[in-house]
Write a protein that binds this ligand. Structure first.
Ligand SMILES: [Zn+2]
Length: 429
């Protein structure tokens, strides 16, 4: 079975092109008589020149043999490529506290039919800079950096269902039902989905909604690993951080609020658990701020670009306990100083039993949606500082990767996690 979708597309295209090349070659071979060849030599029209070119047996044979060799190699590769399965159970000494499933990725080109999707893929980022394959790229880069295999990661067992979200009080049944309406999803993901041909509810649910359900289960799994008293006290979900979604509303590409769901589930099991959401994504986490406005055991430490989305249309800024809007040029200095000067105090004062760290990489210089000016090295230092603080105050920490809209975002995530894993040690659980 061909497991690699990309290989399927390539194999399909090469096989079809081979068929046309061979057919053309064969027809030319059969039809080219001595008279036709003589005629081709004497004519000067453009179409005749093309015909003459194509009837050159040597070139056509070389093209066909070359294409057959490439497609043969790709077929062998596609059939022998096996996608490594990430285990759902933790093996002590082998598993790192890094949660990931390929299902977190949003392959937007799959909203179209196979061929159209393949053709459109390079152009989709023009519609929205969100790179739904960022998590996969970070996962692959991290594996490369540290020589890891799928066995070193852990996958969530399931992807959260409507029933689970409702039971946890995370989203209203009406809101979840509205996700079957293309107009609602169009507004949330800011892409004109209704203009895309061959669209169906099934496709929208599979391609757009399901990845956020899977990442939501991943965030819960990461928090449970961090809280496990026999565990390492830290974990990362390669995905999640949909901090703009509230209980009855989604926006800013956030459909399911994984942070809200995770905290609700954890507090059902541990009523006294105090959670500090440290939200360092370039955008303010209005979703969780509305989510927990009446919950004194949850507080937000939010440092963000005060001029960027979402503004304060929903009047949620008032619910931030530790509020740090950054306005104007935010370089490494301003950014890291604000964090270093204020996070320790928040930890001392609020005394959380868990830090949920929303570590968006969109403060990165050049990010089209972040509008800030922090370097890749600055973001690596930021993450290291937050993890160090968690260790210093003995608070378990679960990190999610949230926003980041440049082609370098995945590399920054991988570089930061490489740094954290090296400091914490391999085989940490
Ligand atoms: Zn963001």
């Amino acid at each position: 079975m061909i497991k690699n979708r990309f290989s399927q597309y390539i194999v399909g295209l090469v096989v079809v092109s081979n068929f046309f090349i061979f057919t053309h070659h064969y027809n030319n071979l059969a039809a080219t008589t001595a008279e036709q060849t003589a005629e081709l030599h004497t004519t000067t029209s453009h179409s005749s020149k093309v015909k003459k070119f194509l009837s050159n047996h040597k070139i056509a044979t070389a093209i066909t043999v070359g294409a057959l060799a490439i497609s043969g190699g790709l077929v062998v590769k596609a059939f022998t490529d096996t996608e490594e399965r990430i285990p759902t159970t933790i093996k002590p000494g082998t598993t790192l506290p890094i949660v990931y499933t390929p299902e977190n990725n949003i392959h937007a080109h799959k909203l179209l039919s196979t061929v159209l999707g393949f053709i459109a893929k390079p152009f989709l980022r023009l519609l929205h800079p969100f790179d739904g394959e960022k998590f996969e790229k970070a996962y692959n880069q991290l594996r490369k950096n540290l020589g890891l295999t799928a066995e070193n990661f852990v996958a969530p067992e399931t992807c959260v269902t409507d029933e689970q979200l409702i039971a946890a009080g995370a989203h209203t049944p009406e809101y979840l039902q509205s996700l079957h309406d293309v107009a609602t999803l169009k507004r949330i993901v800011e892409v004109p989905l209704d203009l895309i041909p061959f669209m169906s509810d099934e496709k929208l649910q599979t391609v757009l909604v399901k990845p956020q359900r899977c990442a939501t289960s991943g965030t819960l799994r990461a928090a449970q690993i961090a809280l496990d008293s026999n565990g390492p006290g830290w974990a990362v979900n390669l995905g999640g951080g949909f901090h703009h979604a509230s209980k009855d509303h989604g926006e800013g590409f956030c459909i399911i609020n994984d942070l809200g769901y995770t905290i609700n589930v954890l507090q059902q099991e541990r009523p006294n658990l105090r959670v500090l959401i440290v939200d360092l994504d370039a955008h303010r986490g209005n979703g969780h701020e509305l989510f927990f406005k009446d919950n004194p055991r949850v507080a937000a430490f939010d440092m963000y670009n005060g001029l960027a989305f979402p503004g304060d249309r929903d009047h949620s800024t008032q619910y931030i306990r530790y509020n740090f809007p950054l306005i104007g040029t935010t370089n490494d200095d301003t950014y890291l100083t604000t964090l270093r000067d204020n996070l320790p105090q928040a930890l001392q004062e609020f005394k959380p039993g868990l830090i949920l760290y929303n570590a968006g990489t969109d403060p990165l210089t050049g990010d089209p949606l972040g509008g800030m000016n922090v370097s890749a090295a600055g973001l690596v230092q930021r993450d290291a500082f937050v993890f160090d603080q968690a260790e210093q105050y003995k608070v378990p920490i679960a990190m999610v990767t949230s926003g980041g809209y440049t082609t370098k975002s995945a590399d920054v995530i991988a570089a930061s996690l490489t740094n954290i894993i090296k400091r914490k040690g391999l085989g940490a659980t």
